[in-house]
Design a protein around this ligand. Structure first.
Ligand code: 5GP
Ligand code: ZN
Length: 115
């Protein structure tokens, strides 16, 4: 937990968000500025700054987040048509919130390469 971290505050319920999933280690909620008809953020409750701050002990946690992504896509009925899971790491990767998160995007055709 980082006291000045937006996503830690969302995970603790101190800042409101449209939660769609939570368990003991993971929280998922709708992105405030959606880039697709379906746009969710999946975060670990544990404060991890970036992908580069992950350690071996977090491997199961990240695997769990991917399983949750698939469940949410199924729940909101865009799994079969297709979706994208994205992690932006550091400034050059487009990261602006410094708590590890995975974007789950769906509900439209995705372009490639991403911008
Ligand atoms: P990044 O660019 O760091 O990968 O993505 C950060 C994401 O967090 C952005 O898509 C942005 O719209 C989202 N975001 C920023 N502040 C808030 C907030 O207060 N609530 C929610 N639900 N999403 C936020
Ligand atoms: Zn945090």
């Amino acid at each position: 937990m980082s006291t000045d971290c937006l996503f830690c505050k969302i995970s603790q319920g101190d800042i409101p968000a449209k939660l769609v999933y939570e368990d003991e280690s993971v929280v998922a909620f709708r992105d405030i500025n959606p880039q697709a008809p379906q746009h969710f953020l999946l975060i670990p409750r544990k404060h991890i700054r970036t992908t580069l701050d992950l350690s071996e002990e977090d491997a199961a946690l990240i695997g769990h987040i991917y399983l949750v992504a698939g469940k949410i896509a199924t729940q909101f009925d865009f799994a079969d048509e297709g979706f994208r899971v994205v992690n932006n790491c550091n400034e050059g990767g487009g990261q602006v919130v410094w708590h590890l998160h995975f974007h789950l995007l769906g509900g439209r055709q995705m372009g490639w390469p991403p911008g």
